[in-house]
Design a protein. Structure first.
Length: 128
């Protein structure tokens, strides 16, 4: 929430909170309208399959914020794994145990695992 400074004599006593409004674009509105046309108050069991169906039918034009977050997480794990393998990361670092585990077991990706060794560098092993 966003806070704003109140005006007037007692401005240092009160902080006012402003609520951020949810913005729904036209595509999301169409999806919601089509969902509520089928049943007026759909429960979660009805919403999830229809949402998946809508996502499959409509190609994703703009990447979702969660996509970049998950790839940022994978990239950070790769960097930590390399730093632990090269003995650059201090053992007191909070992510050190996870980096050592990733170095030993590899980082699971969609179709395989990514390994790193000091001698050979990055290596990808297919799961097929």
């Amino acid at each position: 929430m966003e806070t704003t400074q109140p005006k007037g004599r007692n401005k240092h006593f009160v902080l006012k909170k402003r609520r951020r409004r949810t913005i729904i674009n036209s595509k999301d509105l169409e999806k919601l309208e089509s969902l509520f046309k089928t049943s007026k108050w759909p429960d979660r069991a009805q919403k999830v399959p229809s949402e998946r169906r809508i996502l499959v039918e409509t190609p994703k034009e703009v990447p979702c914020s969660t996509d970049s977050t998950s790839w940022d997480n994978v990239f950070r794990r790769i960097v930590d794994m390399m730093a632990a393998s090269e003995s650059v990361m201090p053992k007191s670092d909070a992510s050190y145990p996870f980096a050592v585990k990733d170095a030993a077991l590899g980082i699971r990706l969609k179709d395989g695992k990514l390994y790193y060794s000091k001698q050979y560098g990055l290596d990808f092993e297919d799961s097929n």
